[in-house]
Structure formats: structure tokens, C-alpha cells
Design a protein around this ligand. Structure first.
Ligand code: PLP
Length: 370
């Protein structure tokens, strides 16, 4: 039995050294590594501010709050995503309004958005699914035309670009996330990027218990949270950011190996790149042709020790969403069709050519029914 994990963080001596450096000081939170991590991210994204937090979900929540989106407000978003991109609206009692996706990019379909806009629509929350940028010209145009705030869920797309500009830097604010399966990791963590001074100031306060700029320890100017990133996490992030190009190149190499190995494999579609974009892929998700039982392939791969997982399970069909909002199967047909037929397979920078061949030939033999 081989053992090929679905994902694997890329940790070197640099990461170990910087984390150990923190442990050799007395500053385990609110210190120089968070500041340096924020600077590296600002420079990368080309934004004025970066605000480090303890998860991507916390980052999305703070943006929704900083924009004052709340009771009765509607925000248009995609059902084909990780649940946090929609939950962040529910935290503030706002309503996620789902719009179905495009077959090719698996991102929210700009052509279907206008029909979902109402008097209550305050924002648009697109997700750059699997790292592939959304159609930002179209989405920006809609936001301008209807006065909507754009919140970019870039949790899967650090390093990706649309027409040469970084995902995350288009909206009023965007978020990158650093759970261990993301392109780069801080163990747990996230960071908000924005050009908006007032929003940045409010989010810096809210992540730190609502403390004001003076940072007086027991003065809480607004309702705050503890969404701080620790120095240990930030040190890991600094090392990962210094290696971002190297990490990206390694992942690109693994991606190209798959693309080549899947050539001529009947019944499998590989990820597509559409438009003037640069993609730093988060996962390698294949799509099976109609009539192929994805779950059968998945179970046989797992039995053979090859990591794989359906990506995603639609948000509107999650038990909580069905019960709370009454969603049913058939509500978002493209999302559901895609979700039934896609599978994430092992993908990380250290993936070897031999492992890629093993994964692809195993899939091929399962599909041939052997
Ligand atoms: C990873 C991810 C998040 C944030 O996840 P955390 O685990 O809270 O860091 C949000 N949205 C999407 C689409 C994601 O993939």
C-alpha cells in the first residue's frame, strides 16, 4: 500500500529557525514577526494595509463587520465554496444570496448576478475557487453600477493574478488564509488586505478586543474579539513568504506533471485556465465525465492509500443551510453537477514524478474497471 497524502506543508530549516527564534524570546504575541509578516503581505498584494488574524474565517468576519453589513442586508456569493465564505455573513445576521457558477472556472457566474440583486443587496463576495481568479472586470463593473461593496475571499488564491494584479487587492478588502493545506501556512491563520484606512483601523481594533489606537490595555472602544495571530504563527508565515516564489514554482512543476500524465486519459478533465490570469493553484481537482461514479473511484483510491476528497460539497446543501433556509437539491444545478463529479487528488510541492504517475495510473486502471 502506498501512502500519498492529499496535501503536505512545505517546511524547511528557515521555518524551524524563525519559530525557534520566537521561542527564545519573551514576546510570543504582538511583536515584530506579526509586523514583518504584514509588511511582506502588503508588498506582495500591493495594498496599503495588511491585518494578520488567527484564521481566514476571522478575516472575513472582520471585513463584514467593518463594512457595517448586518441585519437584513443581502450579500451575493457562491454556493460552490468552503462554508466560511457564507458563514461570515450569518455571524452578522446578514443573508447570503447564492448565485450559481460557471462550468469552466467554477467561480460565480457574472451573467447570473444581476438577477439576484435587490434593494437590500449591499455586497458581492466572490471566491477565487481553487486559486483560479474570478472575472474581475465583470464583477467590478457590477459593484460600481449597483454600489456594492466587494469582499474578496482570496483564501485559496494567494499569488494568483488577474490581468497582472493580485487577487485580494480588487475589493474593498480581501483575505488570504494559511491553514496547513493552503499554498503557504502559519498552522492556523489569515490576513486581511485593503487600501481603506478607516476599515484597517477598525479591523486592527476589533481583532484586539476593541482596544483603541493608544492600545490602553483595559480600554475597549468597540465590541472586539480575540482574533490575533501569535508571533509563532507569524514567524512561520515570514519564512513561508520569503520562500513564496520557490514554493509556487515547486507546485507549478507538480501541476504540470499531472497535466502531462492525464493527457489521453479518457473520462478525466483536468483544471482549466481561462482568460488573462496567473493561477497559483490551491488544489488539483479533476472532473469525471458524466456517467462515471466519482465515489467509487474515490473509495478505491483511499483503499490504496491515495489521499483524495470531494471538493466542494455545496454550501446550500449543508444540513444547517437546508434547515435554516430551506434549500433543496436542484436549487443550483451547475454547482451540484460539478460537486458530484469533482475530486481533489494529492497535490503539494514535494510531489514526485513517480507519485504523480502512480496516482494517474491508479485512476486509469480504476476507470477501466480493473
Ligand atoms: C480556507 C478557506 C477559508 C478560511 O479558512 P480558515 O480555516 O478559517 O483559515 C475561507 N474560504 C475559503 C474558500 C477557504 O478555502
Amino acid at each position: 500500500m502506498m501512502n500519498i497524502p492529499l496535501s503536505s506543508p512545505d517546511i524547511t530549516e528557515l521555518e524551524r529557525g524563525l519559530v525557534l527564534d520566537v521561542l527564545n524570546t519573551t514576546t510570543l504575541s504582538m511583536g515584530p514577526y506579526v509586523a514583518e509578516f504584514e509588511k511582506l503581505i502588503r508588498d506582495h498584494a500591493g495594498t496599503k494595509h495588511a491585518v494578520a488574524v488567527n484564521s481566514g474565517t476571522s478575516g472575513l468576519h472582520l471585513i463584514v463587520r467593518a463594512l457595517g453589513i448586518g441585519d437584513e442586508d443581502e450579500v451575493i456569493t457562491t454556493p460552490f465554496s468552503f462554508v466560511a465564505s457564507s458563514n461570515c455573513l450569518l455571524f452578522e445576521r446578514a443573508k447570503p444570496v447564492f448565485v450559481d457558477i460557471e462550468e469552466e472556472t467554477l467561480n460565480i457566474d457574472p451573467a447570473k448576478i444581476e438577477g439576484a440583486i435587490t434593494e437590500r443587496t449591499r455586497g458581492l463576495l466572490p471566491v477565487h475557487v481553487f486559486g483560479h481568479p474570478c472575472q474581475m472586470d465583470e464583477l467590478n463593473g457590477l459593484c460600481e453600477q449597483y454600489g456594492l461593496a466587494m469582499i474578496e475571499d482570496s483564501c485559496e488564491s494567494i499569488g494568483s493574478t488577474y490581468k497582472g494584479k493580485r487577487t485580494g487587492s480588487f475589493g474593498r478588502a480581501g483575505v488570504y488564509a494559511f491553514y496547513p493545506n493552503k499554498q503557504i501556512t502559519t498552522g492556523e491563520g489569515g490576513i486581511i488586505v485593503t487600501d481603506d484606512d478607516d476599515m484597517a483601523q477598525a479591523m486592527i481594533s476589533m481583532r484586539n478586543q476593541g482596544r483603541g489606537e493608544s492600545n490602553a490595555w483595559l480600554t475597549h472602544e468597540r465590541l472586539g474579539f480575540n482574533y490575533r495571530m501569535s508571533e509563532l504563527q507569524a514567524a512561520l508565515g515570514v519564512a513561508q513568504m520569503r520562500r513564496l516564489e520557490e514554493i509556487e514554482a515547486k507546485r507549478k512543476r507538480a501541476f504540470a506533471l499531472y497535466d502531462q500524465a492525464f493527457q489521453g486519459v479518457a473520462g478525466v478533465q483536468v483544471p482549466q485556465v481561462v482568460g488573462d490570469v496567473g493561477v497559483n493553484w490551491f488544489v488539483y481537482v479533476i472532473r469525471f465525465d458524466e456517467g462515471i461514479d466519482r465515489d467509487r473511484v474515490m473509495h478505491q483510491l483511499l483503499e490504496k492509500g491515495i489521499g483524495c476528497r470531494p471538493y466542494f460539497s455545496p454550501i446550500h446543501l449543508q444540513p444547517y443551510y437546508r434547515e435554516t433556509f430551506g434549500y433543496r437539491e436542484g436549487d443550483f444545478p451547475v454547482t451540484e453537477r460539478v460537486a458530484r463529479s469533482t475530486l481533489a487528488i494529492p497535490f503539494f510541492g514535494e510531489l514526485s514524478a513517480a507519485q504523480v504517475d502512480e496516482v494517474v495510473s491508479t485512476i486509469q486502471s480504476i476507470l477501466r474497471g480493473r
